[in-house]
Structures are given as structure tokens and as C-alpha cells.
Design a protein around this ligand. Structure first.
Ligand code: GDP
Ligand code: MN
Length: 387
């Protein structure tokens, strides 16, 4: 679960990381009121769950309350990377003399959290990694021990941080690690961690991704998720009890069982196809779940073809076939579709599909090959029978 900037900052405050004061507004008048209360210049910031708001024009300075109202009106009318702006954060403008980056995420290869620090804050860390990798410093943390003071000091020394600022940074490293573990995050990021003219450090932005599996343990935090920010597909899948992950390709994938779906993604990718998603209908899926899965995938406008890979164990092939033919009747499916169906009740399943004019394949590799070809070369779909 991704948190909005203001929510992440609330958690920062909770663990003792300094933030600038501010409040959230959903209309321009409200923004003006908050600016007046805060006094002095403010920054108006779009609250959306995508990065690069600054570059997209979603972060603007306002010198007066009237200006705050005007800027808020502009930003509230925007869409940033297709996400409409429904709220803005109105926060005291801070005079900054330097920007750092501090982040903690899971490094899955060594299976440890990694702390990443950079003297080049304010820019996306990926860009710093490309253009100035020598300005990035990192260390791994043994989860049972937490970060050792010498590890933090070592990074600050290597980064050439002077002592006074270093001691404040030291505390922020420790507090951010506390936030990372306490709220069971997969990622926490402060960018920029700003240095003020007075030598203070303030978190001007927050990025916070909480592990969804930890939500039941986090009490009211679980309700912080923004239902409106969730895509239609993600919500529908969650409500139907399907496991769905959006990817950036164009071949929709449906399978039963996470292992089978992952193997399908790998196979399609190895054949140079680009999977559009991961959708696991799970074991024992019913016809109606199958129908729902198809509806979800087809509502993604990037999907140009579908590959259903079903290995019937407790899932019955006839149920899947019934769901599929029902869905086809209801949702005028135009994209090419390839079905691989084997296992429990496969004879019945195949018969149902044949009646509906679909001829399933028996091998997963054959199916993957076929869908990759149909999607990369739509002409071949006309001669193929897999419609
Ligand atoms: P992002 O673009 O989505 O990462 O949004 P940020 O919250 O990081 O804001 C973008 C940039 O705006 C930051 O890197 C800062 O340079 C600048 N910025 C944000 N808040 C302030 C502020 O209070 N004072 C000043 N001077 N700059 C700010
Ligand atoms: Mn930022």
C-alpha cells in the first residue's frame, strides 16, 4: 500500500523526523485558509501516488494566501500521469541550501534491508545512479541487529558530511530505519531531505510503501489506503479474491496458481512477448470467478491478446470452460485469445470450448508461442482459429 506524501510525513513526525507544518485541502478556498493560518509563503503540492510531481507542475510556491488559492485551483484541476489530483498539501515553504536523499528498501538478493544515502537529493535516485553514481552511498542491515552506528558514520564520512550536520543526519538515519520496521515498509524515502539556512534538516517529501501482508497487524493504518487511487482492475480483483498485479506489456495472462502464472510470464517473456499482468484465479476457481478474471483483464486498454493457462487440479476444466464461454457471450471479446486446458475434467472442458468455437491447446509452450505471434502480428489472427 502506497501512502500519500502527507500520510508518510505524519509517520515521519511520529518517529521524530522533522517535517514542515502543513495540512491537506480539497478545494482552493480551503487551501487559502490553511495558507493564512500558516502565515508566510507556502508550497502547494498535489497529493497523488506517482512520483515526479515537481516536474509535472504539481508542486508550486505561493507567496500569499490569495496566490495559494490560485495555485491550488490550478493543481486541483490537473492529472499527473493519468492520476487526477483530488487533494493538495499546503505546507510552509522552507528556504533550502542543500538537498539530500535518504531511502531504505528491501534488497531481495541478500534478503536484507539496504540503506541508501545521496548528497544529490531532489532528483530521482535512478537518475543520480546513472549520471553521478559516486554520489550514492549504501549499506545493508542485518534485520535482527538493525543499523550499527559505525555503518551510518562510515557513510557520512565517505559522503564528506561535516560534523554538525552529520550528527543530525545520524539521528534521521536511525529514525527512518525505525519507521521502516515499525510500519513494515517495503520502501521509505525522503527526497529531498532539505538542509535549511539555519543548518536544520527537514523531510520535504515522503514516499512510503507498506507491505500489504502487514496491514492486518497495523490497525488503523490499514484504512489509510486511498480507495479512489486504486485502479478499477486492482479493486475488482481484490473484491473477487483474485491475485492481480499490473505489468506494462500487452499480453493478458490468466492462470491458476502463482507458480503456474509466474512460469507462464517467464515463458511468454522468453519468447519475446510482453505480459500485461499477473492474474492468478487460484485453486478451485468457479465459472463466475473465471468470468470475473476475463472481465478484469479485458478492461485494461493495453491488453491486445489473452493467454489462459489452466492446469486443472482442484480447479475443474469444465468450470473454467463454462466461465470462459459465458464471458465471451457477455463481453464481446475481440482480442485474440489462446487457451491451454489440461487436467481434471479436461474432456468436458474441451467439449464445451469446441462447441463455442474455441480450440484449446494442450501444451503451455505451444500456447505461449501462439499468443506471442498473434499479438505481434495481428494479421495472423485472421488465419488462426484461436479467436
Ligand atoms: P516530487 O517531484 O514528486 O518528488 O515532489 P517533491 O515534494 O520532492 O517536490 C519537488 C521539488 O520541489 C523538491 O525537490 C524541492 O526542490 C522543491 N520543494 C518542495 N518543497 C519545497 C520548499 O518548501 N522549499 C523549496 N525551496 N523548495 C521546495
Ligand atoms: Mn520528491
Amino acid at each position: 500500500m502506497k501512502l500519500q506524501e502527507h500520510q508518510g510525513k505524519d509517520l515521519f513526525k511520529h518517529v521524530g523526523i522533522p517535517i514542515s507544518e502543513g495540512r491537506v485541502a480539497s478545494d482552493p478556498q480551503e487551501a487559502e485558509g490553511i495558507a493564512r493560518e500558516l502565515g508566510g509563503p507556502v508550497v502547494i503540492k498535489a497529493q497523488v501516488l506517482v512520483g515526479g510531481r515537481g516536474k509535472a507542475g504539481g508542486v508550486k510556491l505561493a507567496a500569499t494566501p490569495e496566490e495559494a488559492r490560485a495555485r491550488a485551483a490550478e493543481i486541483l484541476g490537473m492529472e499527473i500521469k493519468e492520476e487526477p489530483v483530488r487533494k493538495v498539501l499546503v505546507t510552509e515553504a522552507v528556504e533550502i541550501t542543500g538537498e539530500f536523499y535518504l531511502g531504505i528498501t528491501l534488497d531481495r538478493a541478500p534478503r536484507m534491508p539496504v540503506v541508501i544515502f545521496s548528497t544529490e537529493g531532489g532528483v530521482e535516485i535512478e537518475e543520480v545512479a546513472r549520471t553521478k553514481p559516486e554520489a550514492i552511498f549504501r549499506f545493508h542491515v542485518y534485520p535482527l541487529e538493525g543499523p550499527h552506528p559505525y555503518q551510518i558514520r562510515n557513510v557520512l564520512l565517505k559522503a564528506g558530511i561535516e560534523k554538525g550536520i552529520g550528527s543530525r543526519l545520524f539521528g534521521i538515519f536511525q529514525n527512518l530505519y525505525r519507521a521502516f520496521t515499525q510500519y513494515q515498509a517495503n520502501l521509505v524515502e525522503i527526497n529531498p531531505l532539505a538542509l535549511t539556512a539555519e543548518g536544520e534538516l527537514i523531510a520535504l517529501d515522503s514516499k512510503f510503501v507498506i507491505d500489504d501482508d502487514a496491514l492486518p497487524q497495523l490497525g488503523e493504518l490499514a484504512a489509510w489506503g486511498d480507495p479512489e487511487a486504486e485502479s478499477f482492475q486492482a479493486r475488482a480483483a481484490r473484491e473477487a479474491g483474485l491475485n492481480y498485479v499490473k505489468l506494462d506489456g500487452d499480453i493478458g495472462i490468466i492462470g491458476n496458481g502463482a507458480g503456474l502464472v509466474m512460469a507462464t510470464l517467464d515463458l511468454v517473456a522468453a519468447l519475446e512477448g510482453r505480459p500485461a499482468n499477473f492474474l492468478d484465479i487460484g485453486g478451485g476457481a468457479s465459472a463466475s470467478q473465471m468470468e470475473k478474471a476475463l472481465e478484469i483483464i479485458l478492461s485494461d486498454s493495453q491488453v491486445k491478446g489473452l493467454f489462459l493457462n489452466i492446469f486443472g487440479g482442484i480447479t475443474r476444466c469444465d468450470e473454467v470452460a463454462r466461465g470462459l464461454t459465458e464471458a465471451r457471450k457477455r463481453l464481446q471479446i475481440e482480442a485474440p485469445m489462446v487457451v491451454r486446458l489440461t487436467g481434471t475434467n479436461e474432456e468436458e472442458g474441451r467439449a464445451i470450448l469446441h462447441q463455442a468455437g474455441i480450440s484449446p491447446v494442450a501444451e503451455m509452450e505451444e500456447g505461449a508461442r501462439r499468443i506471442v505471434e498473434l499479438v505481434s502480428n495481428p494479421q495472423s489472427a485472421l488465419s488462426g482459429q484461436q479467436r
